[in-house]
Design a protein around this ligand. Structure first.
Ligand SMILES: [Zn+2]
Length: 492
């Protein structure tokens, strides 16, 4: 080869290598940005929870879950800083801020520094923020958006931080922590009236579905909704109930929040939580778990339709952890849930437990009217369990976790009966360390395929919304940028 030819071959080779490298670099940096992010969190919604609800939807309702129509999907690890098994506080902190913390802590690191999250960053950048949950708004998943607390159970203290953060729209339960102690049902120890404070800051206030339906999302900029004193009712318990039937479902709340925050030309960050899937799993109540997951899925469906007409919006569906260690038992060659025996059940097991407690002699009639006609064998199981557990009630020195999730004899037996009917079982009364499924549709969705940690979700959201997450700091360092609690009540 002549030296000139050698020169050209080498030059072409160098140019080719450079071009290929450049294209690869451009590809990796060709990040899509979204104008809005809708983060939907199924609390306690593990893979088998979604599978159970999916089989129920297909076989009983003749439809597919909206969640299952999402193509891009990944697996997310959920451990806390101090435990393989997380709680909702450490998980929510990780999902919004990108930092691991100890269980029980909201937006505060083990060393005491406070963290910034994507909602703070979004607000600072002029985006709108929306928060929706079926639990108390002071419960961990919604609370970690707008507050920080070394203890998640300081709910009055947490509520006191809401007016400072002021998400544009916030809807859910937990009214007891927002009304002064003089008011009936209040769980505050002071006279702070946070609803009045919020009204003073220009918020429209709604307390039932009729109020919510009357809201004109074109003219309202700030909306605060408290639909119950504690958690909102399980969807299954609302039907035909005089008061509870006027609580909005998750999709109705999602619709309003999107119509309001969607008007901000700078964009938005919205968190929607199906918060009571977790509670149903703690109670090992399979039918209620399914109906709560279906309620959550309807909100996912609504977010997906919104995304279709707003292609610059990213929808993410995930869970904070799995609850109950739900497994499907063998049915012939298959491991699958049998949804048919669950179909007639019309109330949650805790609702039935309460009714039975007040009228034990009416037990059979109560169960029958809720669609739970017990076979002779099942009636025997219930009777035996009610006697047995009373006799063997553990003393105060029993296992701590068991005591924490201890169930009444009635609830335990009803859970066994319905689980056996559906051919499922539970391996835990609490949360498990199983990874959860994360799905995404919209700009940047590809970042959500593969395996990653829950802390990565916050980082991905920040990247896609072009937000920067400031470094965590001690409160004393940066008092001006953290919200101050108005009314500390019983906690720090
Ligand atoms: Zn949780």
């Amino acid at each position: 080869m002549s030296s000139l030819r050698k020169y050209f071959v080498t030059t072409i080779a160098v140019v080719l290598v450079f071009t290929i490298n450049f294209l690869a670099f451009a590809e990796s940096n060709n990040l899509e940005r979204a104008k809005g992010v809708i983060l939907l969190i199924g609390d306690g919604m593990g893979i088998n929870q979604v599978k159970s609800a999916g089989i129920y939807a297909q076989r009983i309702l003749g439809k597919d879950l909206a969640i299952n129509t999402i193509q891009t999907s990944g697996l997310t690890t959920t451990h806390a800083a101090n435990s393989k098994v997380t709680d909702s506080a450490a998980a929510a902190t990780a999902l919004y801020s990108g930092h691991k913390t100890n269980t029980g802590q909201l937006s505060i690191l083990p060393d005491g520094r406070k963290v910034f999250n994507v909602a703070f960053a979004a607000k600072k950048a002029g985006l709108s923020v929306g928060v929706v949950s079926t639990t108390r708004l002071t419960d961990a998943t919604p609370a970690a958006i707008y507050s920080s607390s070394a203890r998640r159970d300081c709910e009055a203290y947490i509520a006191g931080q809401l007016p400072e953060f002021s998400p544009d729209v916030i809807l859910g339960g937990g009214g007891a922590y927002f009304v002064p102690s003089s008011q009936q049902g209040s769980k505050r120890t002071d006279q702070k009236d946070i609803i009045e404070l919020m009204k003073g800051r220009g918020y429209g206030f709604v307390e039932n579905n009729s109020d919510l339906k009357a809201v004109n999302p074109e003219t309202v900029d700030k909306l605060f909704g408290l639909f119950s004193l504690s958690n909102m009712a399980y969807v299954i318990d609302r039907e035909g109930h005089k008061v509870l039937s006027n609580q909005p479902n998750l999709a109705e709340m999602t619709k309003i929040v999107l119509s309001i925050v969607g008007r901000n030309s700078k964009g938005f960050f919205v968190m929607i939580e199906g918060g009571r899937i977790d509670h149903a799993c703690h109670n090992q109540d399979i039918k209620t778990m399914i109906t709560e997951t279906l309620d959550f899925d309807a909100a996912v469906g609504l977010a997906l339709s919104y995304q279709k007409t707003h292609p610059d919006v990213l929808v993410i569906v995930t869970a904070d952890h799995e609850t109950g260690g739900l497994i499907h038992l063998p049915d012939g060659d298959d491991f699958t849930i049998d949804p048919l025996p669950l179909e007639p059940i019309k109330r949650s097991l805790t609702y039935l437990e309460d009714k039975i407690k007040t009228a034990p002699d009416q037990q059979e009639a109560i169960l029958k009217s809720a669609g739970l006609n017990l076979t002779e064998e099942e009636a025997e199981l219930l009777k035996n369990n009610q006697t047995k557990v009373v006799e063997e009630k553990p003393s105060g020195n029993g296992d701590k976790a068991k005591r924490k999730f201890a169930k009444s004899a009635t609830l335990e037996a009803l859970s066994m009966i319905t689980s056996q009917r559906a051919k499922v079982d539970w391996t835990s009364f609490g949360h498990t360390e199983q990874p959860v499924m994360t799905k995404a549709v919209g700009p940047g969705e590809k970042l959500f395929s593969g395996s990653y940690d829950n802390t990565d979700i916050a980082k991905k959201i920040a990247e896609i919304l072009n937000l920067s997450l400031p470094i965590p700091a001690l409160e004393t360092d940066q008092t001006s940028i953290f919200p101050q609690a108005t009314g500390a009540a019983s906690c720090p």
